[in-house]
Design a protein around this ligand. Structure first.
Ligand SMILES: [Fe+2]
Ligand SMILES: [Fe+2]
Length: 156
């Protein structure tokens, strides 16, 4: 797989979410460039931290927008997000444990995940959200309200 740059075909027609997707692609491109230059070991900490921070911010924004607009497949989408978050934690732990090859594995994983998630899953809410955002009927469903209450409950 070669492309690590955002392109127009990835657009979901919500400017802020497109901007966040671009930023994720830019971070992946940064990792790829460093690998090609033989400098991955010196920037992997920084890239991992950036990917995690940008991902958390993006998922929260995307989930909030889907919730506010009553997207019916919110739970399935949130599940995909949480699987990625767990996988990033696994990469982080492997890296901290000194395992070799984490930058290459992370790069390949992110390239595939980003493209597939945007093209298959994010595109599913694209039409729905764009229709809703252009009308005044936007309301969470009872199911999505319950899910978001769970997600935002403080840890006890
Ligand atoms: Fe998503
Ligand atoms: Fe997304």
């Amino acid at each position: 797989m070669e492309t690590t740059r955002w392109k127009q075909s990835f657009s979901i027609n919500v400017a802020e979410l497109d901007r966040q997707h671009k930023r994720l692609f830019d971070t992946v491109a940064e990792l790829e460039y460093s690998l090609n230059m033989g400098r991955a070991d010196t920037i992997i900490d920084e890239v991992l931290a950036k990917v995690v921070a940008h991902t958390i911010e993006h998922f929260a924004a995307e989930e909030a927008l889907m919730y506010e607009n009553g997207f019916p497949d919110l739970a399935a989408h949130c599940h995909e997000h949480s699987m990625l978050s767990q996988q990033l934690t696994t990469f982080n732990l492997s890296h901290m444990a000194g395992r070799q090859g984490v930058p290459v594995a992370l790069l390949e994983f992110l390239k595939t995940w980003l493209q597939e998630h945007i093209l298959k899953s994010d595109k599913k809410y694209c039409d729905f959200l764009n229709t809703r955002l252009n009308s005044d009927k936007s309301e969470p469903t009872p199911e999505s309200a319950a899910l978001m209450r769970q997600k935002t409950q403080p840890l006890s």
